[in-house]
Design a protein around this ligand. Structure first.
Ligand SMILES: [Zn+2]
Length: 144
């Protein structure tokens, strides 16, 4: 297995975004399927080799933009993270859910890029005296 370059930074966290870790089970990886009869997430464990295969793909994904993830990759991850016993038939549903998640993640990422490293300036309610910035804008305009 090729290793993930350590120099690059993760852009998002698919493991978290896709809720791969089951918090009812103390954050362990269990089947991501839904058990309708129990009205909760399936608690079946996932074989170690499938788990690490899924985690590898998810980790690799985190270094790219969410919207570059292909359906084929999502299908593979769904196959790995659904239990063999009951939930392989929820693959298409999982992929659909995850694609919605991806849309949201991409939007968040684009938003954060649009305002590079500037923390949101939040003024306390009713604050006055914001005219300073307006002045500055006036001064700096008009020369290109
Ligand atoms: Zn299951």
């Amino acid at each position: 297995m090729p290793s993930i370059p350590s120099s690059s930074e993760a852009r998002w966290d698919p493991i978290k975004a896709f809720s791969i870790h089951n918090h009812e089970k103390g954050g362990a990886v269990s089947c991501v399927g839904w058990a309708p009869s129990k009205r909760r997430r399936c608690q079946n464990p996932i074989a170690a080799q499938n788990r690490s295969a899924a985690e590898y793909l998810l980790k690799d994904m985190s270094y790219r933009d969410p919207n570059t993830v292909t359906d084929a990759t999502l299908e593979m991850i769904a196959g790995y993270s659904l239990c063999r016993a009951y939930h392989q038939n929820q693959k298409a549903e999982m992929v659909r859910n995850w694609k919605n998640v991806i849309t949201g993640e991409q939007r968040a990422l684009d938003r954060s890029r649009a305002q590079p490293s500037r923390p949101l300036e939040r003024l306390p309610r009713g604050a006055r005296g914001t005219s300073k910035s307006r002045h500055r804008r006036k001064d700096s305009k008009g020369r290109d």
